[in-house]
Design a protein around this ligand. Sequence first.
Ligand SMILES: [Zn+2]
Ligand SMILES: [Zn+2]
Length: 449
Amino acid sequence: MMSAKRRLIFKNKHHKQEIKVSQKITAVRGFKDILEQEAPGWRKIEDVARTKFLRFGFKEIRLPLVEKNEVFTRGIGEHTDIVEKEMYTFLDRNDELLSLRPEATAGVIRAVVEHDLYKQHPVLKLFTFGPMFRRERPQKGRLRQFHQFDAEVIGSASPVADAEIICLAWQIIREFVSQDRLNLELNSLGCRLCRPIHRENLLKYLEKIKETLCDDCRRRAETNPLRVLDCKNEHCKAALKDAPLLKDYLCEDCVQHFSQVRDHLNQFNIPYILNPHLVRGLDYYVKTTFELVATDLGAQATVAAGGRYDGLVRDMGGDDIPGVGMAIGAERLMMLMEEDAWEQAIDLYLIYMGEEAKRLALSLLPPLRETLSVYAPYEQKGLKAHMRMADKLKATAALIIGDNEIARKKAVLKHLVNHEQIEISFNDLAQEIKQQLCAKKETFNNTRG
Ligand SMILES: [Zn+2]
Ligand SMILES: [Zn+2]
């Protein structure tokens, strides 16, 4: 706990830093702005994911970004990399230890247990989306504030639930990447009955090869030996070649469950690769575990991951009920999406020149904006400058009202895609523009689809 004195020192230390007022302030390392070019891409992945979640019968919940530290030490496990090295944890002013959420599942379970949700519905299907925080080394595709789509099925031990969660992740990612660029890796991590026997044998094996392991693995061998199997270090990989694998230790129940999950994946027409080395960085996984890996994303290729966590609800203070879930990395999805899919066009760029034209143009904006996206510039410029701006904004059409048009009581509607130009009488101007542009939109969508 931070004493009043320490708090004072902390405060003074930070007040001493001299910062020139004229200096630019940059965002924190690993925390990225999503600027306006990228935002349409984000909206697209959010739309696709939401639509799929709803089609699979999941309901949305929205959770706080900050939780009591205990949610993660209990939920994820004290000896995981996330909790030991990567969490943003701080003492609040009332000396309460809080953490920014590094993943969603622990918080979802906290909320489910706190509100007794599973007592109202025997099987809960929940999804959530938002930022997560981990203090990892920032690199391409890995940020300290990153975003995840998260789905959880709580209250069912059925292998259909495992397969459905995998199918959900698969279908969302497949909207952005072809099947030949995506691998589903699958493993079973066993259960409370069969895992201890494997652990014992693994520890014996690790004891023999201890000298050849990297520092991380030597530490993990003490705290979380399963993670050693997952080490990317080439020396470790070689030394672990003959390490005992969980697949050879599964109990009858786990073998059955895993075989049924694979059957259901076949029924859902989803190809998979068995990877007996696949373990996850979180303590709570049992039985099914999986990763969806994009074959062309380099080092940060895991787009989604998840698995079964029977026992987690109990560890979080609830009843002993099973669960299975997955998370999709939104930044990775953005990396998979073609950049032209990000484009966001406006329907109409409204050009007015002169005071009378301005009055008419501004009065058109509310009715036009009922159905169209309309950009009306604030500054008066020449027609050429306006047309350049309309192009830059990828406007479908421009409406021109100048002195000429006022005199003839007709506006000019110019289609910027095919350069057609028509005149529209001032009577019922808004209605006519809407009709013209909606008709164009439909033919455009039809020829494209
Ligand atoms: Zn088992
Ligand atoms: Zn290692």
